[in-house]
Design a binder for this molecule. Structure first.
Ligand code: SF4
Length: 295
């Protein structure tokens, strides 16, 4: 089975009346390494690890070695559980808190599922697990949703390295946001066309996102960026399921992201020399960090 583009994927879904998740399962089996049961068992293992990471990080106040992160997910959950000033829905609160929990565990060097990378590992688990809990979706539904998200990442990776050093954060958190949007649409029973539109809408709004980690650490802005990206994915999925389509087809959006990544200045591609990493606060923090390290 040849799937090179999103247009190929849509054709397969329409010809065989498949959701994106079902098409992704078929594609994984056709690659010949595993049968359907083995593919689903692998996906279930990843979902279990995502849940375990969220649970271990959610109420932890342990700081990362740099001190830049730790305790944020606990604060969001406390705000959600106790504040009369909260205004977002429970699923949105959980999406934000769960992404923070995963990213903070990543900063503490704990076990995470890279999806598509460690720096962007908060978005997909947060969105899918929060959705499952709040909408009472079955494990089988979530396995297909994760497969749908994974296939989106796979097809983008054919045209662009999924790395901030290669194409900026649009290739990491940006791609995770589009993957999540497709996963939401799949889990909520949207059509394949809506899944691709959700992904396109998410990508269009993440295009040009620079990679500018303070002191070269995957913490600022990465941890909070993952949290906000979950809400972004949710909004893109909602627009698409309301039948608001993307004027630019997804394959063309991806081509545009590739070109933007090539045009992006090297200082904005993980070198920690531009963007937020070059602000006075970041420079002072970095100097102090390395001074401490050498003393
Ligand atoms: S800013 Fe750079 S290091 Fe941080 S998540 Fe984005 S791509 Fe990764």
């Amino acid at each position: 089975m040849m799937l090179q583009t999103f247009s190929d994927l849509l054709q397969l879904c329409q010809q065989e009346s498949l959701s994106i998740g079902q098409a992704a399962l078929k594609y994984e089996v056709a690659r010949g390494e595993k049968d359907e049961a083995a593919v689903l068992a692998s996906v279930r293992m990843m979902l279990d690890q995502m849940k375990a990471t969220i649970q271990s990080g959610l109420y932890s106040d342990e700081k990362s070695m740099s001190g830049l992160s730790g305790g944020f997910s606990h604060k969001v959950m406390t705000f959600f559980e106790q504040s009369d000033k909260k205004f977002m829905s429970p699923v949105e609160h959980k999406m934000m808190a769960y992404a923070l929990a995963t990213m903070e565990e990543n900063s503490r060097m704990k076990k995470i599922v890279a999806c598509p990378t460690a720096g962007a590992s908060g978005v997909v688990p947060a969105v899918l697990i929060a959705l499952q809990e709040e909408k009472h979706l079955s494990d089988q539904t979530m396995e297909l949703a994760l497969l749908a998200a994974g296939l989106v990442g796979e097809l983008v990776s054919r045209r662009m390295y999924l790395s901030g050093a290669a194409a900026g954060c649009q290739a990491e958190v940006g791609v995770a946001t589009g993957m999540s949007a497709a996963g939401i649409v799949d889990a909520m029973g949207g059509t394949p066309q809506q899944g691709l539109d959700a992904t396109a809408i998410a990508f269009k709004n993440m295009m040009g996102l620079v990679c500018d980690p303070v002191a070269g650490l995957v913490e600022v802005p990465c941890v909070k960026r993952n949290s906000v990206a979950g809400i972004h994915a949710s909004a893109a999925a909602t627009l698409a399921m309301a039948d608001i389509y993307s004027f630019i087809p997804l394959d063309e959006v991806v081509e545009a992201m590739v070109k933007v990544g090539q045009l992006m200045h090297p200082s904005l591609k993980e070198s920690a020399e531009g963007g937020l990493a070059a602000t006075p606060t970041a420079v002072a923090f970095t100097k102090n960090l390395f001074h401490q390290g050498s003393s």
